[in-house]
Design a protein around this ligand. Structure first.
Ligand SMILES: Cc1cc2nc3c(=O)[nH]c(=O)nc-3n(C[C@H](O)[C@H](O)[C@H](O)COP(=O)(O)OP(=O)(O)OC[C@H]3O[C@@H](n4cnc5c(N)ncnc54)[C@H](O)[C@@H]3O)c2cc1C
Length: 493
């Protein structure tokens, strides 16, 4: 059996390793950090626990399938809990909407806020998302990216919908009249780090999936998923070498034959006893090739504030969105001017709503996330800029006048992460969350494929490659890579 080296212990890296071990391959993981999970991390301070990356699971069946397919019962590893409310949305004029996961309850809520006609628009919108989902679930999300996968009879008949150039925002304009609903459905573009004014209408698949499969949360926190995967690695005898940062590679005859690691920021170590390499990141130009770095159209990054909040608020649900006043300007700032938006949309996740142990009695753990541009020359996250922006975000939350007084008085502590921290902690390109953005079909096609074009024995897994970002898709990426390796090249393009 061939021996595999996997660089990066993010979700995609660990899932690939486990699936391949289940098929009988021997593999070893090399991870630069001293923990597993990559962007899925956690943070503890003063009796508070926070998930520092993902906060919402939307395709629970993907995780269930993974455990079934390796002959394990998911319940022995992760307890996925359905949420009653996927998100509470707030607008500055006092309007709010609960996205209840019970469809009848949601219908009542939706109609009471936006009326019957808009609800019909919503159902028609979902049909659109359903169409894209059904077209892509097996052929694209669960398979290697191949042009011929699009060329089914139905795909050819509907090719216009795929290449029409219509954006998510165009779709919102088609189905909704109220600007608030347009904003709500446009926001789904941010799930893969894109702008709704640029990204394809194909991504209407995202709200469809959320509506159909609901919103989920693993008991004990999102980080339980990373822990479960690390535990499975142990059970399969897959060693994770922490503190090993890939610094260079060498190759011969189209194959990578040596990986050089910097170990704990000091010594160098070379590994050459492997046949196949899987990379869980795309930050190395020698692996991805120069073309990948040429467009510079990176997906968004994030500005995060972890806040210990000295009150339990009835205003918040587990997931909350406070919308900006001008969405178009917000995305122009992020993707064209490449500066943090002055008038920003603020997401607050409070896992303490499900997990009382995540915060001391009478308090809450607020994970505050704002979309921000990937690192670039137009803005630098100096210490001053970082704290100034934090003040702006707090002002924005205060401006909704939902919390009595200034919320600053209730902040016990705050810990801030900027795009510069994303770069340092995850090694992601320019601090972006998903590598190249999905803002155009052109950049989407430039994302590295699961099987590298540059080396015969190199594969990519994770959110920066096919089928895309987000925890469930990273699980699918690991599945696809393991299947390509299992099947050899027999299904090549
Ligand atoms: C703030 C935030 C919020 C998010 N919210 C959600 C959400 O609600 N729901 C959702 O589904 N998804 C969400 N995501 C996205 C999701 O977290 C990611 O898509 C997913 O975790 C990425 O997994 P991955 O397999 O791509 O690996 P990554 O997490 O990118 O891990 C790659 C690993 O490679 C390591 N590495 C990098 N360079 C090197 C090197 N040179 N040598 C060795 N190791 C290296 C890194 O340290 C890291 O451990 C969010 C992400 C962030 C950051």
């Amino acid at each position: 059996m061939k021996k595999i080296i996997i660089c990066g212990a993010g979700i995609g890296g660990m899932v690939s390793a486990i699936r391949l071990a289940h098929l009988g391959y021997k593999s070893e993981i090399f991870e630069k950090n001293n923990y597993a999970g990559g962007k899925m991390g956690e943070y503890y301070e003063s009796g508070f626990r926070f998930d520092t990356g993902p906060s919402l699971i939307t395709m629970p069946y993907v995780l269930e399938d993974f455990f079934n397919e390796i002959g394990r019962d998911i319940k022995n590893y992760i307890n996925l809990i359905p949420l009653d409310n996927a998100c509470r949305y707030f607008w500055s004029d006092g309007v709010s909407l609960n996205a209840y996961t019970d469809h009848i309850r949601f219908k009542d809520e939706f109609i009471s806020v936006f009326g019957e006609e808009e609800y019909s628009g919503f159902l028609n919108y979902l049909e659109y998302g359903k169409f894209f989902y059904e077209m892509s679930e097996k052929n694209i999300l669960q398979s290697e990216f191949r042009i011929r996968n699009f060329l089914t009879a139905k795909g050819i008949k509907n090719i216009n919908k795929f290449i029409s150039g219509k954006s998510i925002n165009d779709l919102s304009n088609k189905f909704f009249k109220d600007p608030k609903l347009k904003q709500l459905f446009d926001r789904y573009a941010t799930y893969n780090g894109s702008s709704p004014y640029l990204a394809s209408q194909i991504f209407s698949i995202i709200p469809y999936i959320e509506f159909k499969y609901g919103a989920w949360y693993p008991e004990g926190g999102m980080y339980r998923i990373a822990k479960a995967l690390a535990r499975l690695c142990g059970e399969y005898g897959i060693r994770i070498n922490y503190g090993h940062e890939l610094s260079d590679i060498s190759s011969a005859s189209g194959n990578i034959n040596k990986c050089i690691f910097t170990v704990n920021d000091e010594a160098q170590k070379s590994i050459s006893d492997f046949d196949i390499m899987i990379s869980n990141f795309t930050n190395n130009i020698k692996l991805t090739g120069k073309e990948y770095f040429k467009t510079g159209d990176w997906s968004s990054s994030g500005f995060i504030a972890l806040i210990g909040f000295n009150e339990i608020s009835d205003i918040l649900s587990q997931h909350n969105i406070f919308f900006s006043g001008d969405y178009e300007k917000e995305f122009l700032d992020i993707f064209e001017k490449k500066i943090p938006a002055d008038d920003m949309t603020v997401y607050i996740s409070v896992t303490g709503k499900s997990e009382r142990n995540d915060a001391p009695a009478g308090t809450e753990n607020w994970f505050v996330l704002v979309n921000a541009p990937a690192l670039n020359d137009n803005f630098t996250w100096t210490e001053k800029n970082k704290y100034d922006y934090f003040e702006k975000v707090i002002d924005k939350i205060n401006s909704f006048e939902l919390f009595p007084g200034d919320i600053r008085e209730k902040i016990i502590f705050s810990k801030i992460f900027t795009p510069a921290d994303f770069l340092k902690n995850y090694g992601s390109e320019f601090g972006s969350i998903y590598g190249l953005s999905s803002n155009s079909l052109f950049t989407m096609f430039r994302r590295p494929k699961n099987k590298s074009d540059n080396y015969n024995n190199l594969y990519f897994t994770g959110g920066n490659t096919h089928p895309g970002g987000g925890v469930p898709l990273c699980f699918l990426s690991g599945k696809i890579v393991s299947e390509i390796i299992r099947d050899g090249n027999k299904n090549a393009y």
